[in-house]
Design a binder for this molecule. Structure first.
Ligand code: PA5
Length: 445
């Protein structure tokens, strides 16, 4: 079976293999808590067997809704934030043509995103762009009450109804939310929108393989069945409490590095299409691990671009970091560097080589330099940027995240810390029900 591989050879140095092996009993305990539902946050482990549970009926329903949107819309705006945004964005960016936004003849509708910020100019410019478009909306919010997507949806719903009429607009809006609770569920029922459910037991950052991620990905024209099949392969490959289990190996290695003082993990890619995969990964690990004043800080860089900005710090700054590189074996296309008679740029020594051969040497040269500079380096190799391998990678990281949280001794499935800013924001905006908080916060400013 062709699948992703984890190589920890160059992560050793600060720690030895024996320190990783010593964590095996804790890894086994973490896996058993996940598999038996006996660990902290066990109400939120529905993602664990999700790939094998997704039935063909749901996949068919998702494909048919995607086809309806594709047939009727030239642009579909996916509205959501955090876990209701990053998974779809990561997969679509990894699979899309890098210049998709500028290719007007592309068959699939453009999938744009909103509700992931509170940018007034962003929303103004989006509304201007949509003014002459046949657009549709996928509104995604598990709670149905998150401020950012609620503002974007209020604006775009009003615009769509103005442009299309209320009845036609209702056919172009799909809501993905809780089965029963929340304002979005109520609105969807009242307006007769097509809906999909986010299960109670799947938290936002683990929801990419639910309709939250799958519908926008299908609308963009990608094979969600292959994505789920890849995840199913990884579900099977990550069951055993040993270091042949790639998620266990990754979780144990990063935890051993953390215990040895490496407090920041940098996820590195050498393919610009993976930028948003890094963003998805940061949310997954940041929200899962960063609590009780513990947790590896998840950072990400895009190389070789960032070798010209962050490269100095990584090579030479404080030695509290380690790197995890996602290395993609093969490219989709072939570009050969041409020879040049004048050779003024001195590049003839690489004439005839594929661009990716140069990229791979940048990756190898950087790894050797960083390891020499005291930065442990793990490598996760995937055969290609295809749906199947992205599905494997997603599940691999999710499973490793669950194990990592238990190795750290935290509940990996809650996010109590994100409520604090919301309470302050609501108090400052004088939201009804926050009167006392408003008074208290105003006294502090
Ligand atoms: O991982 C999480 O649970 C969060 O990041 C949520 O996904 C994010 O806050 C969006 O929440 P909701 O889908 O309820 O609007």
């Amino acid at each position: 079976m062709k699948h992703i591989e984890v190589n920890i050879k160059h992560a050793l140095g600060n720690i030895g293999r024996e320190q990783i092996e010593a964590l095996l009993p804790e890894v086994a305990d973490g896996l058993s808590k996940l598999h038996n539902g006996t660990g902290l946050g066990n109400d939120y482990i529905g993602w664990l067997d999700l790939p094998s549970r997704i039935d063909s009926g749901l996949l068919a329903d998702l494909k048919s809704s995607a086809e309806t949107l594709r047939a009727n819309c030239d642009t579909v705006v996916a509205i959501g934030i955090g876990g209701s945004y990053l998974g779809a964005k990561a997969v679509i960016e990894a699979l899309n043509n890098s210049f998709d936004a500028y290719i007007s003849s592309s068959e699939a509708p453009k999938v744009l995103f909103a509700g992931q910020n509170i940018g007034e100019d962003y929303l103004y410019e989006l509304q201007q762009y949509l003014a002459d478009k046949r657009f549709g909306i996928i509104v995604i919010s598990k709670s149905g009450t998150t401020t950012e997507p609620a503002i974007a949806f209020r604006l775009l719903k009003e615009q769509l109804e103005r442009q299309m009429g209320k009845a036609e607009a209702s056919k172009r809006i799909v809501a993905i939310t809780d089965a029963k609770r929340g304002a979005l569920r109520q609105l969807a029922t009242e307006e007769g929108y097509k809906t999909f459910v986010i299960e109670d037991s799947v938290g936002g950052r683990f929801s990419v393989l639910t309709p939250v991620g799958l519908l926008p990905i299908a609308v963009a024209g990608y094979d969600i069945e292959a994505l789920v099949n890849g995840a199913r392969e990884m579900q099977k490959a990550t069951l055993e409490p040993n270091l042949e289990n790639p998620s266990a190996l990754y979780a144990a290695t990063r935890n051993a590095l953390y215990r040895a003082g490496k407090k920041t993990e940098i996820l590195v890619n050498y393919n610009p299409k993976l930028h948003f995969f890094g963003e998805w990964w940061k949310q997954l690990y940041g929200e899962s691990e960063g609590k009780d004043h513990k947790g590896i800080f998840p950072a990400a860089v895009d190389n070789s671009t960032d070798l010209h900005s962050m490269g100095q710090w990584i090579q030479d700054g404080e030695r509290t970091i380690f790197e995890t590189v996602i290395s993609v074996d093969s490219t989709r296309h072939s570009v050969i560097i041409p020879a040049d008679d004048d050779n003024l740029d001195g590049l003839n020594y690489i004439a005839g080589k594929h661009v990716d051969q140069v990229n791979k040497m940048a990756e190898l040269g950087t790894r050797i330099a960083h390891v020499d500079g005291g930065v442990p380096n793990m490598r996760i190799t995937i055969p290609a940027l295809e749906e199947r391998y992205l599905g494997q990678l997603i599940y691999f990281f999710e499973k490793a995240c669950g194990i990592s949280g238990y190795l750290l001794g935290v509940n990996p499935f809650n996010q109590p810390g994100v409520e604090d800013y919301k309470r302050n924001m609501f108090a400052l905006l004088e939201k009804p029900g926050y009167e006392q908080d408003t008074e208290a916060i105003k006294a502090r400013i």
